[in-house]
Design a protein around this ligand. Structure first.
Ligand code: SAH
Ligand code: SF4
Ligand code: F3S
Length: 477
């Protein structure tokens, strides 16, 4: 497909929404038949393998399934299991293949069971070929661009024998107003843009999520207003590179301007966003963050590497020096802003010297947290064809070096808040200790403190008593 000839919609497609609503009614009738046959409501389980955008897509699937009469389950012993896959690193793919074997054993026991696969991994032809050949028990496969057609595709599985496959290379449409089943009542993500145009040389995302497209600001604002009316107080604006938001709109607007508008929504308490590309982070954005009462004190600013040679080969379009200058500016302008990052270790051609440059950046920025990944070769990306791939044992040595630098600096950085009293949004009961609740500060650091289920979704002032590396133990004041 030639991107120059594509005209992307920026508004919700009303016609398509109405079309899908008809399929939802049709699917409802099929599910009623199934309910009679089973003598109970059929159950479903959606498993998310990927990032926040992937998780948001899962909420769309769950919304439709609830609407047409399925009942939600957390475990995969269900009548309909959907894997929403990720392919950013090979281990995400391997996890899916591994668990498909287990699903097959469940399906042998439950002949009415349906299995669907969707998400980024399904946008790769080699994956589809493999599933067609070796996992013939799968009922439905679709991709990232046609997720809104879920009800229509589901009808097709009720009407056809065998595997239903529908994968698109790209889409121009936006359909964002179908039912949703939000994981948390009090916080939510919202897509402000789709796809990515950056083509970092290691990354598969632009190939599986398509070209960058922004949603019209008024539709984003209407969606957030609706979410706030429904009890949401924390919103996360989602995009692969939110800093280039608005560029393809008929009336271009910057991400900073969008943030200003979101800030004005009454009843909204916290605003987060993911992800910022360092090359596009403007002074205007720093200013808006600084002045804002709602934008959280957390900036995820993936550095990937500290070596100029590697950054260039990665096609990141910034240098170690410009990144450090940006981080310093943020620390200076907004001193309580936590900065977190992503790092890749083992990119083709990476030497000990390059790794030392990365560690130097880690030390100088003093990240509050960093996700360190081992480079994973993604077929079809430019880096996969580079002939200087680094041997595994060396990568593993380098990885441990970066990880210990991250742990050491993060601990020191997070500890700086010890003794302070901070506002915490309580998110859930503590997984290990039922007398504690778990919440997040504005800067995204986790805090555990004594509490009960009634506190979930509320804001509490908490004294940060004990720092345990990446999290705090505290008490409500
Ligand atoms: N759009 C976001 C990142 C999306 S992917 C951004 O640019 O920041 C999330 C993270 O996965 C990336 O930041 C990168 O660190 C990591 N990643 C992407 N491709 C990878 C690969 N081939 N191997 C290892 N890690 C990878
Ligand atoms: Fe991948 Fe780079 Fe796009 Fe992020 S900005 S999704 S790392 S290509
Ligand atoms: Fe994975 Fe797709 Fe997100 S590849 S990281 S689920 S955009």
């Amino acid at each position: 497909m030639n991107n120059n000839t594509l005209k992307f919609d920026t508004h919700n497609d009303i016609e398509e929404t109405a079309r899908q609503q008809k399929f939802m009614e049709k699917a409802k009738a099929y599910v009623e038949e199934l309910t009679c046959k089973l003598g109970r409501k059929p159950t479903y389980c959606v498993t998310t393998f990927g990032c926040q955008m992937n998780a948001r897509d899962s909420e769309k699937l769950a919304g439709i399934l609830n609407y047409i009469g399925y009942e939600k389950r957390e475990e995969e012993q269900a009548d309909f299991v959907i894997y929403n896959t990720c392919t950013v690193r090979d281990n995400a793919n391997q996890r899916v293949y591994g668990r498909l074997g287990f699903l097959h054993s469940l399906k042998k026991k439950n002949p009415d069971m349906k299995i669907a696969l969707c998400g980024c991994m399904m946008q790769e032809q080699s994956v589809i070929d493999k599933i067609r050949q070796s996992y013939r028990f799968v009922d439905l496969i679709f991709g990232t661009h046609n997720i809104y057609k879920f009800a229509e595709l589901l009808c097709a599985t009720f009407e056809n024998q065998g595997m239903v496959i529908d994968i698109w290379e790209e889409t121009t449409k936006i359909v964002e107003t179908l039912p949703l089943d939000r994981k948390y009542p009090f916080k939510s993500g919202t897509n402000i843009m789709f796809g990515c145009n950056n083509f970092c040389s290691y990354c598969i995302v632009p190939y599986v999520r398509g070209r960058e497209r922004s949603r019209a600001p008024e539709e984003i604002l209407t969606e957030i207003e609706g979410l706030v009316a429904d009890g949401v107080s924390e919103i996360m604006l989602l995009g692969q590179n939110v800093n280039s938001y608005g560029a393809n709109l008929e009336e271009p607007i910057s991400f900073a301007e969008l943030l200003r508008k979101v800030e004005q929504i009454e009843g909204l308490h916290r605003i987060r966003f993911m992800t910022s590309h360092p090359k596009d982070l403007s002074d205007e954005l720093i200013q808006v963050m600084k002045e804002s009462k709602k934008v959280c004190r957390h900036l995820h600013l993936p550095v990937q590497s500290g070596s100029n040679k590697i950054l260039e080969a990665m096609n990141r379009r910034y240098t170690k020096e410009s990144y450090l200058a940006l981080a310093e500016k943020i620390r200076r302008e907004i001193p309580d802003m936590a900065i977190t990052t992503d790092i890749i270790v083992g990119f083709p051609g990476e030497t000990l010297e390059d790794v030392e440059d990365t560690i130097d950046v880690v030390r100088r920025v003093g990240y509050e947290n960093a996700f360190t990944f081992i480079y994973s070769k993604r077929t079809g990306t430019p880096a996969a064809a580079m002939d200087n791939q680094v041997p595994e044992d060396l990568v593993s040595k380098h990885f441990d070096m970066v990880l210990s630098a991250v742990q050491e600096t993060a601990k020191a950085q997070v500890k700086k808040m010890q003794g302070r009293i901070e506002e915490v949004l309580v998110e859930e009961m503590n997984e290990k200790d039922p007398s504690l609740v778990t919440g997040r500060m504005s800067n995204n650091t986790l805090v555990h403190f004594p509490g009960d289920a009634g506190m979930i979704g509320t804001y509490k002032m908490v004294s940060l008593d004990e720092c345990h590396g990446f999290y705090y133990l505290g008490h409500e004041v």
